[in-house]
Design a binder for this molecule. Structure first.
Ligand code: COA
Ligand code: AMP
Length: 512
């Protein structure tokens, strides 16, 4: 989250190169899989990054990824963070400063509108990341339109998206949309709490006269936890501030109401995905403000024809639950394909419901057209607004030599929305103690997926609950962990296992 990272992205645009930004919280393994899939020619990094309480050394992470990747990167450009300089290999590594000192000015390259601006990898249902691609023309047209119509931002306004450029929110609303609109964007290398305190957001808004802020609900839950009475808030003048936008995960009504009463401005929950790059549903503040319904992400934005479909392919009636889909064609700016994977694109998104894009979100639309996003229909979970695949974590756990089988589920968490927990059943005859195995599994996920997975719980269980056909009953276990009502699945192989799991969850302090 330093200016050089954004300059790097824009420099790619200038010369017509495709960029792919990788979030710093991923492990080398994830970076390697992105290098292999994208076949990148040049890698740009910084020597390190700063997280509250620790410095993340990026160079060793990158070195390890380059070792793991089969594709060979030609050149590495590294920005030396002051006082954290690292040694470079002169054969193919060059510092940012040195590369600038040798650089010549080049003109912008003219591109066709349907060529690609970037690839952004996102979690799919397996460990193989999906490269969402963005075309140039549709991207510019759509994002520029959203700044005024959804966010009510004009050219002279100051806009702040408190996300990270490693995510879609950062791509669209830290870097590109403000640029297309010509307004000022704030790039914040910090967190809502702990850098240095729960007043950081209010200080930035007040110092830079920010008109609107866009962040994830988890950021507000973090502030609320540290400063429930808003003591920090009262220290700053927020006269410039007009609205708060939330997305990335379900915004719980309590958080929205708390933010509204503290800030005294509209708090708008809107829904979108890496695939679309801009909001599918929102209160469009630049067109006409609609009434807030707490828990709903408001109505479809112009360009999206959103429907709810039932398993028998019929369109759901108002308030009936089902899969949320968007009628084709999708509007400009949404993904035209997956990087080098046209078939996967069609099969994953466009096949299950003929003529519709499948969002993999489930919910309902009410009688007034308000959209209610309730859950994912695949194995994706949302941890502090970060999109993760439980399948990818399971793949890592399965590699542990003592693990026979495993299940990862996302359980409700007051701060991060969801947190992954793993249930692991061991191979027969394993001698190692459970605690050691559990610690090793946690470390493996950190090493292979990254700290961003926030994977801190791996419970050794005797066996996993399954259907008679062998499908693990992850949904039922999640309901037990979240103390939700559940029906005993008719196809369950051995109902007694659910009780065993319940006891294990109690012992591990997950279920209180
Ligand atoms: N580089 C390296 N590591 C990173 C990182 C980065 N860019 N971002 C996060 N991490 C690490 C963190 O240091 C942490 O590691 P740890 O296990 O050693 O503590 C781990 O990944 C999990 O990070 P995070 O999910 O951010 O949890 P947190 O406890 O550090 O902070 C919040 C909690 C709520 C303050 C934080 O998640 C936040 O600010 N969220 C805002 C939401 C957001 O920006 N979402 C993006 C999509 S819109
Ligand atoms: P990402 O691609 O990382 O932006 O994650 C997209 C997913 O986050 C969506 O498919 C939803 O599951 C979830 N999501 C995003 N915004 C919202 C919202 N406003 N309400 C509920 N879920 C949301």
């Amino acid at each position: 989250m330093i200016p050089e990272a954004v300059i790097g992205m824009l420099a790619c645009g200038r010369i017509g190169a495709i960029h792919s930004v990788v979030f710093g919280g991923f492990a080398s393994n994830e970076l390697a899989s992105r290098i292999d899939d994208s076949k990148a020619k040049v890698l740009l990094t910084a020597s390190c990054g700063f997280e509250p309480g620790r410095t993340v050394q990026y160079k060793p992470l990158v070195d390890e990824a380059l070792k793991l990747a089969s594709h060979k990167i030609e050149k590495i450009i590294l920005y030396q963070i002051p006082n954290n300089e690292v040694k470079l290999n002169p054969a193919n590594e060059i510092s940012w400063d040195e590369s600038l000192s040798n650089a010549k000015n080049v003109d912008c390259v003219e591109m066709n509108s349907n060529e690609f601006a970037y690839i952004l990898y996102t979690s799919g249902t397996t460990g193989i990341p999906k490269g969402i691609v963005r075309d140039i023309g549709g991207h510019i047209a759509a994002l520029k339109w959203t700044m005024k119509n959804i966010y009510n931002i004009d050219k002279d306004d100051v806009w702040w998206s408190a996300s990270d450029i490693g995510w879609i929110v950062g791509h669209s609303y830290i870097v590109y949309a403000p640029l297309f609109k010509g307004c000022t964007t704030v790039l914040f290398e910090g967190k809502p709490v702990g850098t240095p305190d729960a007043g950081a957001f209010w200080k930035i808004i007040s110092d830079y006269k920010v008109k609107s802020l866009f962040t994830a609900p988890t950021a507000f839950r973090a502030i609320k936890k540290e400063d429930p009475e808003g003591k920090f808030f009262s220290k700053y003048d927020l006269g410039s501030f007009e609205s708060l936008f939330l997305a990335g995960e379900r915004a719980d009504p309590d958080t929205i109401k708390w933010a509204e009463s503290l800030l005294n401005v509209p708090v708008i929950d809107h829904w979108w995905q890496t695939e679309t790059s801009w909001a599918i549903s929102s209160n469009c503040t630049g067109i006409e403000m609609m009434k807030t319904k707490y828990g709903s992400a408001c109505k479809a934005v112009p360009g999206y024809n959103v429907k709810v479909i039932k398993p028998d392919q019929s369109i759901a009636k108002p308030n009936e639950m089902g899969d949320i889909v968007v009628k084709l064609p999708l509007p400009p700016g949404t993904f035209p394909t997956l990087w080098n994977a046209d078939e996967r694109y069609k099969k994953t998104y466009m096949t299950n419901y003929d003529g519709y894009y499948q969002t993999y979100d489930a919910g309902h639309i009410d009688e007034d057209g308000y959209i209610w996003i309730m859950s994912r229909t695949d194995d994706i979970i949302n941890v502090a607004g970060h999109r993760l695949s439980t399948g990818a974590i399971e793949e890592v756990l399965s590699e542990h030599q003592s693990v026979a089988e495993c299940a990862v589920i996302g359980i409700a968490d007051k701060l991060k929305g969801q947190l992954p927990i793993g249930l692991i059943a061991l191979k027969a005859g394993v001698q190692k103690d459970n605690e050691t195995i559990s610690k090793e599994c946690i470390q493996m996920v950190r090493d292979k997926v990254g700290p961003v997975a926030a994977f801190k719980t791996a419970i050794v269980v005797k066996r996993l609950p399954k259907t008679r056909s062998g499908k693990i009953l992850r949904g039922t276990v999640r309901k037990i962990a979240d103390k939700e009502d559940y029906k005993m699945p008719a196809t369950i192989d051995d109902p007694a296992i659910l009780d065993e799991i319940k006891q294990d969850l109690i012992k591990s302090n997950i279920l209180k």
